[in-house]
Design a protein around this ligand. Structure first.
Ligand code: TNX
Length: 777
């Protein structure tokens, strides 16, 4: 007996030690996401068996259970029974109404003999069960039978409630269409994260995705565009006469009803968005009479900017149309909030339109901004007449906010702050923290995205309540939301890649109280969450583990110090011998520094649970003959892209696919000519100049690069010209070297003359050339 006790003591000490060494607390090991308000861990476990009963108090509480018991059905082959009333026995899960708890709050007490859940409403019980689900072995998430020995839940006491009432995720199904099944999969994942709003961006310039019975052409015509999926979003040609529109899709009203019910069963409200007055070309294509010019229009195949073809604000029939559409939308969606868009309207046509001008006059308005405000006020009146609340993007502040409108603040926090100060409710979704269409890792290792940079950590740092607001104003911040715009998200796989794991971070921002947020704890708890994703076949990104390599070059010592980090404090392993990094005896550190004095390739990767995870980052540092030598420029590089200054082209650090990585020197609309003085005569046989293409940033490969060498810096002798005969492609993004090899010759000076293509194909914007590293060998 004594021996057993002693062994137990040793074992628990070892456990504590192991946890302390990894920095993980007992709570972190549970892997609860989002983190509850309070968690007190204990000893022992409760076991779910086929005999386990969930005793609810009434019919209403039954709704909280199926999404939980279903998991057992798939993973265990049996389900706990749900019964109404009865006296609990050992092994039961018991629901108890506790009116003192807030609507979404719950308490959860797990003892070896029973689980007791308290809440005031079904939604609280539902969230408690989501927590129990995370306390179970992760295999509970599997869609195949497991031979787990006991579905055990650790003894624990949890008190929990959300910080915000609006915990949202927006999906744009217009720019790319996602089938109903994928939408439902996302709703499942939202529910697991205790998120409660799914904002469905159903219409935009690139496709109208919701069936409207009164206007069938909205989907017959408006849901389809010419398929230019193989071209860059921003450079797609418009539909030509006779061209067939084959890309698209839409949801029937039956589909919508199904998805709404599906979400409701998971305590998620769907907020539909019908964009107006802009982002409406897909509607105006079949119904051009509701525009100012009368068209004709085509459903946009890709990006259009500026947004000038918008609904006419002077035409009463436009409002009849929109009210008809909104009536059908409100019949389908029980949501209190109806989103009417309101963003990014360019009012050029309103200025020229006689009807709009007549409206301005008749209504005593000052300008088109006020006309937009008139538009939104009028729609708000209608939405309110149906007992609903209007919500729109922060542009609805322009010209005066409609009396009861709620504002979704996306262009930073300012719109939200202004609205809250005027006493309006606000949902915060600033691009900097919430735009899931932005890159989430070092850009050169990511699939093409719209731009921006929103790594997991930055999502985690999101604080929805700005300090500028006083306590009363802050009450208007309903919560926050992540937005996934889908211009650069063509498939369901990619949609998941962009959403996860960032969704876990925003779920914690919006649910957990700020003093419970802790990045290190989050990264530990995520380990189990990644397994949960895996069991659901979610294609999550591992970019947070990817390595950021930060080289810094010292011109005097001619040394590069490369600092390697990742965001999640995971150990980093690296090699310089060309082999792939392995989990090895190398001292495991989440920051590694290497000093380089000769050409070398560094390969590095992070590890998690003793295995390499994420991508292997490989970077070659060429210590060539011109390193740290003087460069002179015929026309200086643009002050926006200096590549680190005058040694930028000769620092042995190459520019990456990311145009903004600080290595590139840029010239806008003009040619470049650079000359290097090697200081002494050298034998030279190869010259190489790195260049970049990033059509989205208007950066194009040079038309040609002419290389020459000289002994005196006066007479230059050509050694070769590289021409790029391929018509400038609008899709590609990447680094390309222009180089020449020749028989070894003596020279002190080398020169590259670089020809810019001049203007962007198909437009009159100036094209950029970007150069980095002029290598001499
Ligand atoms: C701005 S956010 C938009 C969207 C784009 C998004 C891309 C907002 C209200 N409007 O139309 O898809 O940027 O990040």
């Amino acid at each position: 007996m004594k021996l057993k006790f002693f062994l137990l003591l040793i074992m628990s000490l070892v456990l504590v030690k192991v946890q302390a060494a990894s920095g993980k607390t007992g709570e972190d090991v549970l892997g609860l996401i989002p983190r509850p308000l309070s968690v007190i861990t204990g000893h022992g476990t409760f076991t779910f068996t086929p005999k386990t009963r969930i005793i609810v108090e009434n019919e209403e509480q039954m709704q909280s259970v199926p999404f939980f018991t279903e998991l057992f059905h798939h993973a265990a082959g049996w389900e706990p029974k749900v019964v109404i009333g009865g006296s609990p026995v050992a092994g039961d899960v018991v629901f108890r109404t506790d009116q003192s708890l807030d609507k979404e709050a719950y308490t959860l007490e797990v003892t070896p003999s029973r689980i007791e859940i308290r809440a005031s409403e079904p939604v609280g019980f539902f969230y408690a069960l989501q927590t129990v689900r995370q306390l179970l072995p992760v295999q509970i998430e599997q869609n195949k039978l497991n031979s787990i020995v006991g579905w055990k839940v650790p003894v624990v006491r949890i008190k929990d409630k959300p910080r915000f009432g609006w915990r949202g995720y927006m999906l744009d199904v217009s720019r790319h269409f996602f089938p109903k099944q994928e939408v439902e999969k996302m709703i499942d994942m939202l529910a697991m994260h205790k998120m409660n709003v799914f904002h469905w961006h159903l219409v935009d310039d690139n496709g109208w995705r919701i069936e409207i019975k009164k206007y069938p052409k909205l989907t017959e015509v408006g849901a389809w565009r010419v398929n230019h999926e193989n071209m860059s979003w921003s450079a797609r040609p418009a539909q030509k006469p006779g061209e067939k529109a084959t890309y698209g899709g839409f949801y029937t009203q039956e589909d919508i009803r199904e998805v709404v019910a599906y979400a409701k069963a998971r305590f998620i409200n769907i907020v539909p968005e019908i964009e107006m007055p802009a982002h409406s070309v897909a509607a105006l294509t079949p119904y051009p009479q509701f525009s100012c010019t009368g068209g004709p229009f085509t459903v946009a195949t890709g990006g259009i900017w500026p947004n000038i073809n918008i609904y006419c604000a002077g035409n009463d029939s436009t409002f009849t149309f929109l009210e008809d559409v909104l009536s059908e939308v409100m019949d389908l969606f029980p949501s209190q909030y109806i989103h009417i868009g309101g963003d990014e309207a360019t009012k050029t046509n309103w200025v020229a339109c006689p009807k709009c001008q007549a409206r301005i006059k008749a209504e005593g308005l000052q300008n088109t901004e006020q006309l937009q405000s008139y538009f939104i006020h009028r729609i708000e009146k209608f939405v309110n007449s149906k007992g609903r609340t209007l919500i729109g993007w922060d542009e609805i502040l322009q010209g005066g906010l409609a009396p009861r409108a709620t504002v979704m603040s996306w262009r930073g926090f300012d719109g939200g702050i202004a609205a809250a100060r005027q006493g309006h409710d606000v949902v915060m979704t600033p691009t900097d923290n919430c735009y899931f269409d932005y890159y989430q890792g070092p850009q050169d290792q990511e699939p093409l995205a719209i731009g921006g940079y929103l790594p997991l950590k930055k999502v985690y740092d999101f604080e929805p309540v700005p300090k500028a607001l006083n306590a009363d104003e802050a009450k208007h911040i309903l919560g926050g939301q992540a937005n996934l715009w889908s211009e650069f998200v063509p498939t369901s796989q990619h949609l998941e890649y962009m959403t996860f794991p960032r969704l876990s971070a925003i779920a914690e921002d919006l649910w957990s109280s700020s003093d419970r947020k802790d990045w290190t704890s989050f990264t530990h708890r995520m380990n189990l969450q990644y397994s949960r994703y895996q069991h659901h076949g979610v294609n999550y990104s591992k970019s947070a583990f990817n390595i950021q390599m930060n080289p810094s070059f010292d011109v005097t010592t001619k040394k590069i110090v490369v600092t390697m980090t990742n965001d999640v404090n995971a150990p980093i392993y690296y090699t310089t011998d060309g082999s792939n990094p392995k989990v090895s005896s190398q001292s495991a550190s989440s920051i590694q520094k290497v000093e380089l004095t000769r050409s070398e390739t560094i390969k590095a990767a992070s590890a998690s649970n003793g295995k390499i995870i994420g991508k292997v980052t490989s970077r070659y540092f060429p210590f060539h003959k011109a390193v740290a030598k003087m460069v002179s420029y015929k026309t200086p590089y643009d002050p926006k892209y200096t590549g680190g200054g005058n040694y930028g082209l000769v620092n042995a650090v190459r520019g990456s696919k990311n145009y903004a990585d600080g290595e590139w020197q840029g010239w806008e609309g003009i040619d470049a000519e650079v000359t290097i003085d090697l200081e002494t005569m050298q034998m030279i046989s190869k010259l190489t100049l790195g260049t970049l293409q990033d059509a989205g940033q208007l950066i194009f490969l040079p038309k040609s690069v002419a290389f020459s060498i000289s002994v005196d810096g006066v007479d230059f002798k050509p050694v070769g010209t590289v021409e790029n005969h391929i018509a400038p492609k609008l899709v590609e993004q990447g680094v390309k070297d222009y180089g020449v090899k020749f028989t070894s010759q003596k020279a002190r000076f080398v020169k590259a003359q670089v020809k810019n293509i001049g203007t962007v194909p198909g437009s009159d914007s100036k094209a950029w050339i970007f150069l980095d590293e002029f290598m001499v060998e």
